[in-house]
Structure formats: structure tokens, C-alpha cells
Write a protein that binds this ligand. Structure first.
Ligand code: ADP
Ligand code: MG
Length: 228
């Protein structure tokens, strides 16, 4: 489903920063994988490229065999909206909109009628066990509830790929476990392809494959783990 070949990314600046150094990666349809690596190793950069939120400089990125490169902003947005749901550490909810309005937001941008988008948003909230919180503002929700609202929002366009950047980074371990249960269910029941960046080995252990990134390079799976 996802294929990266020799992908490079450099951030320009007074001193250009070569962040991704020839990334090769395959993620198959229906996989639930985690990405771990030190802070600054390029995890978010990689996820942003996978999510077509950012461009890469050289190499190839294919989704379902389709080359994702040099797309116009319109085409990029079209792919993003159709294929990809995003979840972030800081939830990225709009504070003055209630839960159901937050979940419905992607459909608002797609021009779906208010009645229809609220109905679909309620269905997603129900699926997350949050029907009774639909009219609460984010400030009135716990961290775990906020992240479930954010997951419901990511799911509302029925994407086949979910990308999550440290989705449990702001949650305690019990809540992290609950949120991981949701990702597992979306993977096992709905067949979503899910990529989760995490610092938490407990989170990685709940995925089916761990990908390690070190200084902009994917660490080969066969390499021995060096315990200092
Ligand atoms: P990680 O998510 O693994 O912590 P990032 O992908 O966020 O790493 O960042 C990798 C490196 O690129 C870091 O050194 C970071 O400071 C730098 N970086 C990230 N985004 C930008 C940007 N927009 N412009 C310049 N440098 C950036
Ligand atoms: Mg990051």
C-alpha cells in the first residue's frame, strides 16, 4: 500500500539539514506498524511525507502503486482527504467547537450538508464510546476522550491509511492502552493500515511490526540490538 524508495529530504536554511537519507520502506495493506527513533531522527518528517503534508526532494513515494510526487496543492489535498487520516499528540481539536462539530469538520470542507455531516459524526463518536460527550467542548474532556474525538475526526472520511504522530505522548499509561485498543480495533475489524510513531515501547509492543529510524535512516530489521 505504501512504498518509499530512496527518499531524501533536506530542510533548507543557513545550514541545510539532511533529515531523511535514502528511506526505503514498504507497509502492506492492513498492517499495524510502529516507528521508533530518537528525538530529531526524522520520524515526524517521514510521517508528514507519508501524509502528503510535505514534499520530498528525491526518490519515489507510491500509494497503491500511484506515484505521489510534485502534486499540485489541489491534487495533494484530494489524495490526503480520500486516503489518509491524521492523529497528533496534541489532538489538534478546535477549542471553541464541540466534539461533534470537531469530528464533522473534514466533511464541512468537503461541502457535505450540515445534517448529513452531523449524523456521520455522531456515528463515529458512538463508535468511540463518546455519544454522551458529543456536545462537550474539548476543554471539558479528558486527554483520552480528546484523543478519541481526534480519532473519530480522522475516521470520518473513511481513509484507508491512518498516520498517528505520538498519539499517546500526552496520555497516562492506562489511557494509552485504551487508545491503542481503538487503533487495534480499527486495524483488525475495519482493516485500516495504521502507522504509529511512538516513544513508548509498550505502545510499539501492541503493533505487529516495529520500524526503527536512526539519524534519517531505517535500521535494517536483522541488525543486532546493541545493549550498551
Ligand atoms: P522527530 O519527529 O524524529 O523528533 P523531526 O522529523 O521532527 O524529528 O525533525 C528532524 C530534524 O529536522 C530535527 O533536527 C528538526 O529540528 C528538523 N526540522 C523539522 N522540521 C523542520 C522544518 N520545518 N524546518 C527546518 N528543520 C526542521
Ligand atoms: Mg516528531
Amino acid at each position: 500500500m505504501i512504498r518509499l524508495r530512496d527518499v531524501n529530504k533536506t530542510y533548507d536554511g543557513a545550514v541545510p539539514l539532511h533529515v531523511l537519507k535514502g528511506i526505503n520502506l514498504d507497509v502492506f495493506k492492513g498492517e499495524l506498524v510502529s516507528i521508533m527513533g530518537a528525538s530529531g531522527s526524522g520520524k515526524s518528517t517521514l510521517l508528514n511525507i507519508l501524509g502528503i503534508l510535505d514534499n520530498y526532494d528525491s526518490g519515489e513515494y507510491y500509494i497503491d502503486g500511484k506515484l505521489i510526487k510534485d502534486l499540485s496543492e489541489n491534487r495533494a489535498a484530494e489524495y490526503r482527504n480520500r486516503m489518509i487520516g491524521f492523529v497528533f499528540q496534541s489532538f489538534n481539536l478546535i477549542n471553541y467547537k464541540n466534539a461533534v462539530e470537531n469530528v464533522a469538520l473534514p466533511l464541512f470542507y468537503q461541502g457535505v450538508s450540515r445534517k448529513k455531516r452531523n449524523k456521520l459524526a455522531m456515528e463515529q463518536l458512538e463508535k468511540m464510546g463518546l455519544a454522551d460527550r458529543a456536545h462537550h467542548l474539548p476543554g471539558e474532556l479528558s486527554g483520552g476522550q480528546k484523543q478519541r474525538v481526534a480519532i473519530a475526526r480522522a475516521m470520518i472520511t473513511n481513509p484507508s491509511i491512518i498516520l498517528a504522530d505520538e498519539p499517546t505522548g500526552a496520555l497516562d499509561s492506562k489511557t494509552s492502552h485504551d487508545v491503542m485498543g481503538i487503533f487495534r480495533e480499527l486495524n483488525e475489524v475495519d482493516g485500516k493500515t495504521i502507522i504509529i510513531v511512538t516513544h513508548d515501547p509498550g505502545v510499539a509492543a501492541q503493533t505487529n511490526r516495529l520500524i526503527r529510524i536512526s539519524d534519517g535512516v531505517i535500521v535494517p530489521e536483522s541488525s543486532p540490538i546493541v545493549i550498551p
